[in-house]
Design a protein around this ligand. Structure first.
Ligand code: NAI
Length: 293
């Protein structure tokens, strides 16, 4: 099954990532079913995408007609049964292995046997999920970056169970939606970008927790000396400090190594509900009206 067989796309989870991935696919011309268990998330996704796309129309990046057409290609639904005709599913639900496994089992039953089932998980390799399906050769990771409407690069990860054809069709699909795919021919948790970023974050938190410098100073060094577009603390605020917490917690559960535990400062922020831009406060304080979501 090559790229020509992908006619209908489904995205599961209408949160930060899923909503944007759905719009990216729709802007490229694909009919998209965006499914979420929460009616509130679906409503929020509509509003969020409306605001984001209006900004782009004002800047002249898209015509109002193109955006209207893209919206008309997206079906927002709470029912998984609307996925009966999906040729490619991108899962972007909560980062919890048992919940993802349960979902993939259902997807395997509902979607046509030829459909590719991909996960957008930032850490979980698809071999931890593929065994709940009877089509492991059609399961892989397709990992977008936040904000998916803006970020060009997408990591495609081929697990030991993934067929060469599935990996190739996924790479071709990423190109079709005007993104730049990179293939990991062998799976590894965290993939490329987040593994490298994880090391940077760990060091930044170490320097902060041990009083070497403030988060503002550490961010300044990364942006001005290393030429990174954004510092590690500003980035954690953007992606959500809870995401950093869950990633570290998962690593700790896997390795049992104390060093992998979430940093104290990260744990405190999560306990205080200071999750970054989405709550108006993280390492920095934000104007709630300007908060990302
Ligand atoms: P989010 O919390 O913004 O959205 C998750 C959505 O999934 C929610 O709307 C929730 O109602 C829905 N959901 C939960 N269980 C469901 C189920 N069983 N069926 C259907 N919908 C369900 O999460 P976010 O940040 O969009 O992350 C989603 C996935 O994308 C995670 O696996 C994460 O690791 C990955 N990811 C996140 C990035 C980020 O920067 N936030 C970047 C790249 C990947």
């Amino acid at each position: 099954m090559g790229i020509e067989s992908i006619k209908n796309v489904a995205v599961i989870g209408a949160g930060t990532m899923g909503s944007q991935i759905a719009m990216v696919c729709s802007l490229a011309g694909y009919p998209v079913t965006l499914q979420d268990v929460s009616a509130e998330s679906l409503e929020k996704a509509k509003q969020f995408l409306g605001i984001q796309m209006e900004k782009r129309v004002k800047k002249g990046r898209f015509t109002a007609e193109a955006v209207e057409a893209a919206f008309s290609r997206i079906t927002f639904t709470a029912s998984l049964h609307e996925l009966k005709e999906a040729d490619l599913v991108i899962e972007a639900i909560v980062e919890k292995l048992d919940v993802k496994r349960e979902l993939f089992k259902k997807l395997d039953e509902i979607t046509p046997p030829h459909a590719i089932l991909a996960t957008n998980s930032s850490t979980i390799v698809s071999s931890k999920i593929a065994d709940v399906t009877v089509r492991p050769e059609k399961v892989c990771n397709i990992h977008f970056f936040n904000p998916a409407l803006v970020m060009e690069l997408v990591e495609v990860v081929k697990g030991p169970h993934t067929s060469v054809e599935t990996a190739q069709t996924s790479m071709d699909f990423v190109k079709k939606i005007n993104k730049l795919p990179v293939l990991l021919n062998k799976e590894i948790s965290g993939f490329i970008a987040n593994r490298i970023l994880g090391k940077l974050m760990d060091e930044a938190v170490y320097l902060l927790e041990n009083g070497y410098a403030s988060h503002e100073e550490i961010d300044l060094v990364c942006t001005k000396a290393l030429n990174h577009p954004i510092g590690p603390f500003a980035l954690m605020d953007l992606t959500g400090i809870d995401v950093n917490y869950f990633v570290r917690m998962q690593r700790y559960e896997e390795s049992g190594n104390e060093r992998d535990k979430p940093a104290r400062i990260v744990q405190e922020k999560v306990e205080n509900g200071e999750l970054g831009r989405k709550t108006g406060k993280g390492f920095y304080t934000y104007d709630q009206k300007a908060a990302v979501k």
